[in-house]
Design a protein around this ligand. Structure first.
Ligand code: NAD
Length: 357
């Protein structure tokens, strides 16, 4: 497997350093033959090349088997004509990575605030309210007068149907329960189309139980009893917000793994941002990034029918759980290790823990 590594901004270089150590250790343990190609995106690329993401990176990624992208300081990137492109958007859109899969679960070792749960948010990733990706060129936010802004949301039947199918297929591998989250009471046409598409696709999966919640009420339900959820499917912005909540409910935003997947390509990228408030302090939790890499290995293994990648992914997840239950973690989830030390511990656990196939 050939993988492109782009560490990103803020805490990205710290968490990606741990991630690459884990990938390299797993590659040795499971004979995966992974080769890593390190390059730049974000602020470092802007300083060196005058753009946050070079077009040739896209060609490189298309020839590779997977991409690990670090968190990006997207808030800083305001003007594409000055090379300030949002790299996350660039890859999601250019590679048509329409399904953003964001698992969240509780762990032994972190006091569960709301009882145990294990769910996955499946978020549409290529349209919705995201003005930098829902039009072919330019942006879909307009300054009408100095005091009036209009932001457009794009919802298409194709995107609704394919994200719904991704959610139902995932549910078939789990507890066979899909929850649709929407705002069809107000966004009657767009979310009306979304909810109808989900129910229609759901008919192809008669074993899967379906329910739906309005997004505002969903915030109360997921905080009240997260254990009732399995796979949650929703549109772009709702999924972005909800998945930060579910990651934090599981213990920390620093635990939230995230895979951006399409039909041909996939990109692992932690659910959190570049966390400038803690960057360079060796305290960021690397597990979100490592879990995202683990998701990428599983995606590649399933796609190419190579079980050893799936076993490697399960082993990484098991060792993350072991590190957490033994308190060998960063301080956001109760440990006292730095980012680097957490990485070293995880690599040792990978090498010393019995592999369950
Ligand atoms: P953030 O997700 O970076 O941080 C939110 C809070 O969570 C902060 O207190 C931070 O310290 C904490 N946190 C995040 N990751 C952590 C980790 N691994 N371990 C421990 N704590 C962690 O959100 P923000 O501060 O609002 O945004 C910072 C920048 O990141 C902005 O430029 C924003 O646009 C960008 N952003 C990028 C992505 C992405 O690249 N996918 C996602 C969200 C935000």
């Amino acid at each position: 497997m050939h993988m492109i590594i782009l560490p990103g901004d803020g805490i990205g270089p710290e968490t990606m350093a741990v991630t690459t150590q884990v990938i390299e250790a797993s590659s040795k343990l499971f004979n995966l033959g992974i080769t890593l190609d390190h390059d730049l995106a974000g602020h470092d690329s802007l300083s060196k090349y005058g753009t946050t993401v070079r077009p040739e990176l896209l060609e490189k990624v298309k020839k590779a088997d997977g991409l690990m992208l670090g968190p990006m300081s997207t808030f800083d990137f305001k003007d594409e004509s000055k090379g300030e492109i949002n790299p996350s958007k660039f890859f999601r859109k250019s590679l048509d990575l329409f399904a953003n899969i964001r698992p969240a679960r509780t762990y032994q070792g972190i006091p569960a605030r709301l009882g145990e749960f294990d769910l996955i948010v499946v978020r549409e990733n290529t349209e919705g309210f995201y003005s930098d990706r829902n039009v072919e060129s330019g942006g879909s936010e307009m300054l009408i007068t100095p005091e009036v802004v209009i932001s457009l949301r794009r919802i298409t039947l194709l995107c609704c149907e394919r994200i719904a199918r991704a959610a139902f297929e995932l549910a078939m591998t789990r507890k066979k329960h899909v929850t649709i989250v929407h705002k069809a009471n107000v966004l009657k046409i767009g979310d009306g189309m979304f909810i109808d598409a989900c129910h229609r696709i759901g008919k192809d999966f008669p074993e899967v139980q379906i329910d739906d919640f309005i997004v505002d009420a969903m915030m109360a339900h997921v905080v009240r009893h997260p254990a009732i959820f399995d796979v949650i499917v929703t549109t772009n912005m709702f999924g972005d917000i909800l998945s930060d909540l579910t990651a934090e409910l599981s213990g920390s935003l620093g635990l939230g793994g995230s895979l951006n997947a399409g039909k041909e390509y996939a990109m692992g990228q932690a659910a959190h941002g570049s966390a400038p408030d803690i960057a360079g302090k060796n305290i960021a939790n690397p597990f979100s990034s490592v879990s995202s890499a683990s998701q990428l290995l599983k995606w590649f293994g399933s796609r190419t029918q190579q079980d050893r990648y799936i076993t490697a992914s399960n082993h990484i997840n098991q060792c993350i759980a072991l590190a957490i239950s033994s308190g060998q973690t960063t301080r956001d989830i109760g440990g006292n290790l730095g980012t680097q030390e957490t990485g070293h511990t995880l690599v040792k656990l990978l090498q010393q823990t019995k592999i369950v196939v």
